[in-house]
Write a protein that binds this ligand. Structure first.
Ligand SMILES: Nc1ncnc2c1ncn2[C@@H]1O[C@H](COP(=O)(O)OP(=O)(O)OP(=O)(O)O)[C@@H](O)[C@H]1O
Ligand SMILES: [Mg+2]
Length: 408
């Protein structure tokens, strides 16, 4: 199927030029054009094109508002902005507002077409991750699970959430992402993120015994200031976990789904009803394993069980501590699990231990480390932003890797 494109350009002759340039590519179909920001928003709303190509002439001084307007009107459309000069700050602001990529003018026809293709591919990949039914306003739920204790679930959940929060600019968009600690007895996300929560899920469960809605949950969240991530912290002591049921878990997830774009869930290794309720609700289960025979054996058993409950593509294996030289290779893992493992996270004891001790996720404290880069790549895939401007901005030598990607 052709990629549908809306061309938005204030100048009629360059609009026509763009149209005819894109029309020459059989993979693209120009479905409409707009001459100003308002029109771009309205046409996006009615046509929901795959891609909106926004020329700088339309962006003017309120480019950010135009991009935000299109995202609100048609959340599944990808915006590509064409800016007048390589202004990294403007590009970052547009990306933060929701643009998927930026091009600098004058852009060569093949650059425009390749960027449209690249952005569309990232979106297709994201839809494949979440399944076609995950389109639309309901939040996407990503559960991090492993049948093996200590496999790195909380490390991954915390770092992935923070990376996604930065990519989604959660400081400015507070309802973009929330992290939930469903390791009710021994949850430690507050420590990993150095949070001082006033409220936890225990209070929410007590208060919400007659029903939990999104307004109520909101009062029990703690903000991770550095990233803007919202966190529902686990009870402060195991005894407070007892009264929390699988039904509470379902209600909390349903409520968060209504108001958040992404809900990341940390779980326990035991497949008890709380964990199963979380896995049931998930669009994606990141099934963590490692190069360790026992862990692998448990993962295979869990995988067999999960496959009876859920369709295959809901489960995505992630290999943690993937670089250890221990006689088992990533290929062995793929063979045992019977599916490809796309995400490999290296072992990095020094940086991870320091980051845990400092309460600063490694993606923030050591953005240049391989472990951080791998987690950021996964985060960008999940938010559908695995496109090329990230690379362009990272060529700017100021600041760390993350600063260059999302910084300011
Ligand atoms: N890739 C890695 N490199 C180095 N250390 C790691 C890595 N992944 C996890 N760790 C460390 O291993 C320990 C266990 O990780 P973590 O607490 O995230 O596991 P978990 O699966 O959440 O455990 P639990 O089942 O107890 O909840 C932590 O000290 C963590 O910092
Ligand atoms: Mg944990």
């Amino acid at each position: 199927m052709a990629i549908s494109v809306l061309v938005a350009d204030a100048n009629s002759s360059s609009r026509e030029q763009l149209r005819s340039m894109l029309a020459r590519d059989r993979e693209l179909e120009v479905v409409g054009d707009a001459a100003d920001g308002r029109e771009a928003v309205e046409i996006s709303r009615s046509l929901s094109p795959d891609v909106v190509l926004l020329d700088g002439s339309i962006l003017g001084s309120n480019g950010v508002a135009v991009v935000e307007g299109i995202q609100l009107a048609s959340p599944d459309s990808a915006v590509i902005a064409m800016v007048e000069a390589a202004d990294n700050e403007l590009m970052r602001n547009l990306m933060r507002a929701g643009a998927r990529d930026c091009l600098t003018k004058p852009a060569m026809p093949e650059d425009v077409i390749n960027t449209i293709r690249g952005v569309n591919q990232a979106l297709v990949k994201q839809r494949a991750i979440f399944g076609a039914d995950a389109k639309g306003p309901q939040g996407k739920v990503i559960a991090v699970y492993s049948p093996q204790g200590g496999s790195g679930k909380s490390m991954l959940a915390a770092n992935l959430s923070v990376s996604m929060a930065l990519a989604l600019n959660a400081k400015a968009n507070p309802h973009s992402i929330v992290l939930v600690d469903f390791n009710l007895q021994f949850g430690d996300l507050d420590l990993l993120l150095n949070l001082n929560p006033d409220n936890t899920i225990a209070g929410l469960s007590a208060k919400g015994h007659t029903g939990i809605d999104s307004e109520l949950v909101e009062q029990y969240l703690t903000v991770h200031e550095e990233s803007g991530l919202r966190v529902l912290v686990a009870p402060s002591a195991p005894r407070y976990a007892e009264s929390i049921t699988a039904y509470t878990v379902e209600q909390v997830i349903d409520a968060l789904r209504e108001s958040y774009q992404y809900i990341i869930i940390d779980t326990t290794s035991q497949l008890q009803d709380i964990t199963l309720a979380a896995l049931d609700a998930a669009n994606v289960i990141l099934l963590l394993t490692s190069l360790d025979l026992l862990a692998l054996h448990k993962t295979r058993t869990a995988m067999e069980m999960l496959r009876q409950l859920y369709t295959g593509d809901k489960i995505q294996p992630v290999l943690n501590r993937a670089n250890s030289d221990v006689g088992i290779s990533p290929q062995d893992v793929e063979e045992v699990l019977g599916m490809p493992v796309q995400t490999l996270i290296p072992s990095d004891g020094r940086n991870v231990v320091k980051s845990v001790n400092d309460g600063v996720p490694v993606v923030l404290s050591m953005p240049e480390a391989q472990i951080s880069k791998r987690i950021v790549t996964l985060a960008l895939q999940l938010v559908g932003r695995e496109s090329s401007t990230a690379a362009t901005l990272s060529a700017d030598r100021k600041g760390g890797f993350f600063g260059r990607l999302f910084g300011g």
